[in-house]
Structures are given as C-alpha cells and as structure tokens.
Design a protein. Structure first.
Ligand code: ADP
Ligand code: ADP
Length: 228
C-alpha cells in the first residue's frame, strides 16, 4: 500500500526531518507510527499526501512512485487517502452534515448520493441524528468523530491519522481506535501516528518507530514496551 525506500526529507532551512527511511504498510494493514515530538511522524505523513516532497529516495503508493506526480494529479491521489488530524480542522460555522459532505461536494456527487453517504458515515461513527448540529454544540470526542466521518465518507482505501487521540481521555481514545479497527476490518489500510505508547500497548498492531528522523530497525508487533 505504502512503500518508503531510502527516503530522506531535509527542509529548506536545512532541518533533517527524515533520514534513509524504509518502511512498508501492507494492503489492508493497520499499523502505528510512533516517536517523540519532532521525530518526523508528521513529515512522513505529509510525504504520503504530497503536502511535502522527499529530498531523496522513493515513496510509492500502490506501486506508483509519487515522487514525480505532477500538481494536476495530486488531487486525484489525495482522494484515495482519508486524513484525520488531532484538532480535526472542522469548519465551525458549518453544520455537522456540511462538514462531512465537503469531500463529496468537491468530487461532484449528486445531492441524493451525498445525503446517503453522509448518513452512512454518521452511523459508522455513532453520531446519527446530530447532522444539523454545529461543531461547537458537540463534545471534543464527538468533534473528533465528525473529522473521522469526513475522512471516510468517500470510502478511501487508505486512512492516515496524525495524533488522532491527542486531546482525548483514555476511554475516548480507545473508542476512536476501535473505530479505526472497524474501518480496517472492512478492508481500509490504516496508519496512525501517535506518541501515546500506552494506547499502542493495548493493541496488537505493528508499530514503526522514528527516532530523530530514522526508522528504528526490527519494527515490532508489541511495541508498548519499546523505548523511543
Ligand atoms: P513529529 O510529527 O514527529 O513531531 P515533524 O515531522 O513535525 O515531527 O518534524 C520533524 C522535524 O522537522 C522537526 O525537527 C521539525 O522541527 C522539522 N520540521 C517540520 N516541519 C518543518 C518545516 N515545514 N520546515 C522546517 N522544519 C520542519
Ligand atoms: P504537530 O501538531 O504535527 O506536532 P507542529 O506544531 O509540530 O505540528 O507543527 C505545526 C506546523 O508547523 C506543521 O505543519 C509543521 O510541519 C510545521 N513546522 C514544524 N516545525 C517547523 C519548523 N521548525 N519550521 C517550520 N515549520 C515547522
């Protein structure tokens, strides 16, 4: 699904964010990406969504090298990737429905199709009946679910999450991870960047660990005890 081969990213100011990174997320796999703040997690995700481009090495998605993807093709690539952020980036003056519908509106779906898909997404995240609410009327956990619904509403084969539980308590965090598990069970590949090792330790998924821009060897399936 995602393959990094000897990937380095050096920002314009000379900041080395990733160095010679190799990693492979398999089709249909769910995995964690962890490491301290500044280790390069966000940068790695930004290379996948082509918000940033690698300085060296090869990034492939579904076997396609995205290093030389032209600006015109970037939107097509992004349609296949649902992205979830810590602070969910919701439009606060738009209803829950409008927030979730946004990717479908951009893609030009019909009104009827949009209603159907938004209802389905709301159902999946457990927010059915809240479509007319404004985000401000929802709790932090519910707002995060709106962000998740928006990320999955067009059924992308790949889901990326950047600190999706950063503002949530352990119970809500686990609920959100169970939600990712449900998407993964239905075939979506999922990569979750988090520094919450306690959370990871409770799940059975592979964990990739970055330290100062380098991927630590021997990625493990029980990374909870691993020091980073
Ligand atoms: P993480 O997500 O693990 O906290 P980041 O990928 O955000 O790590 O950052 C990795 C390193 O790259 C850090 O040293 C950070 O300061 C630097 N960095 C991130 N984004 C930029 C940028 N746009 N310009 C310059 N340096 C950056
Ligand atoms: P995150 O929530 O991922 O930790 P940060 O607060 O580290 O985000 O960074 C916010 C934004 O600033 C990101 O887009 C990141 O790429 C960028 N950034 C981080 N470090 C630097 C830096 N040293 N110089 C310029 N931009 C940076």
């Amino acid at each position: 699904m995602i393959q990094f081969e000897q990937v380095s990213k050096i920002y314009a100011g000379g900041q080395k964010a990733l160095m010679d990174v190799n990693f492979h997320l398999r089709q249909g796999e769910m995995a964690f990406l962890t490491g301290h703040s500044g280790a390069g997690k966000s940068t790695l995700l930004k290379l996948i969504t082509v918000i940033e481009r690698a300085t060296a090495g090869k990034v492939s998605i579904n076997g396609h090298n995205i290093a030389n993807v032209g600006p015109k093709h970037v939107p097509y690539l992004r349609r296949n990737i649902g992205v979830i952020f810590q602070n969910h980036h919701l439009l606060m003056d738009k209803t829950v429905f409008d927030n979730i519908a946004l990717p479908l509106v951009i893609e030009g779906f019909t009104h009827g199709e949009i209603r159907k898909r938004v209802a389905g997404a709301l159902d999946m995240v457990g927010l059915y009946g809240k479509e007319r609410h404004l985000p401000i009327m929802l709790s932090g956990g519910e707002q995060q679910r709106v962000g998740i619904a928006r990320a999955i509403v067009n059924k992308p084969p790949l889901l990326l999450a950047d600190e999706p539980t950063g503002n949530l308590d352990p119970k809500l965090s686990m609920d959100i991870l169970r939600l990712f598990e449900a998407f993964n069970d239905s075939g979506t590949s999922v990569l979750i960047a988090t520094h919450d090792l306690g959370l990871i330790a409770r799940m059975k998924y592979r964990t990739f660990t970055l330290r100062e821009g380098r991927m630590l060897g021997g990625e493990s399936s029980t990374a909870g005890g691993e020091t980073i």
